[in-house]
Design a protein. Structure first.
Length: 264
């Protein structure tokens, strides 16, 4: 099984075998799906399914129907079954999915069969809040190291982890087996910090700084920008209010009749 967009496939192979009583519906996948690449959008949804499954496990639930799991994840059940078939998971008609088994299969696909130690660099407003959030450790991402340059912060402790000087990134990340680096510094500091993390062997970077990071092949960077999310929301609000200008015709449709502006 392969996962596109650079997300690593699971180390533990997930059995593509299916029971004869598997749940199927319109638009569901075929048995060949388990051998296909897992699209990035599916990977993102798997993380959402996992959050729901973890909550069901906490409640002591043994099974869950595709409809219930889909509703809790905010997708339709056909899409959910298709996503799960891509990782070789199937439910049983009239019973649903085994919560424990499905959780293990999704975790294996997401590479969560072992915790990922996280190093967070820049413990200002944002970094401090992230460092103090206990939910990351609960979901397999313990914050193992904190770094900053501010002498007032270095030596302090946040949620039991000492803030160390950024110069110690190499030694500390290697010693603690850090696999994910989080960059929450001002933009000008982000690239040198990223370089130090990469030199320390960190191959996955989550970047909050408003800058594009250059990394060598084999290093995955994901950028989080809440302003971009708000701009997307703004677009949808504007569209609802009919204030989005008409799309310009592309060269291929330049001779065609002009499109109508979006109005209510
Ligand atoms: N992506 C988003 O949605 C989002 C949201 C809020 C903030 N941000 C960005 O996150 C970053 C942090 O924001 P903030 O409000 O916490 O800023 P902040 O100024 O409160 O904190 C930045 C911290 O980085 C430290 N720092 C500076 N240079 C450093 C270096 N070379 N090595 C290590 N630490 C260094 C500073 O000492 C400070 O503690 C900024 O780049 C900001 O634009 C992004």
């Amino acid at each position: 099984m392969t996962v596109d967009r650079g997300t690593r496939p699971s180390r533990r192979a997930v059995s593509p075998t299916r029971s004869s009583g598997e749940v199927r519906g319109p638009g569901d996948a075929t048995a060949d799906d388990a051998a296909r690449p897992v699209p990035g959008a599916t990977v993102a949804r798997l993380a959402v399914y996992l959050r729901v499954l973890t909550s069901l496990l906490d409640q002591g639930r043994g099974t869950v129907s595709s409809e219930e799991l889909a509703a809790a994840a905010g997708v339709n059940s056909a899409k959910l079954r298709k996503d799960l078939s891509l990782i070789g998971s199937s439910g049983v008609r009239g019973v649903g999915y085994d919560v424990s088994r499905l959780t293990a299969e999704v975790e294996a696909t997401l590479g969560l069969t072992r915790p990922h130690a996280v190093a967070l660099v820049g413990v200002g407003n944002l970094g401090h809040a992230l460092a103090g959030y206990g939910g990351f450790a609960q979901r397999g991402f313990p914050v193992a190291a904190l770094f900053d340059v501010d002498p007032d912060l270095v030596g302090t402790t946040i949620a039991g982890v000492e803030v160390e000087h950024v110069d110690a990134i190499g030694a500390v990340c290697a010693a603690r087996g850090v696999t994910i680096g989080v960059v929450a510094t001002p933009a000008p500091a982000a690239q040198p910090v990223c370089d130090a993390l990469v030199a320390a062997g960190v191959r996955s970077i989550l970047n909050f700084a408003p800058t594009v990071l250059a990394v060598p092949a084999g290093v995955e960077v994901r950028k989080v920008d809440l302003a971009v999310e708000m701009q997307v929301l703004s677009f949808h609000v504007a569209r609802r209010h009919g204030t989005v200008p008409a799309a310009r015709p592309s060269p291929s449709t330049a001779g065609a009749a002009p499109r109508e502006a979006v109005t209510r």
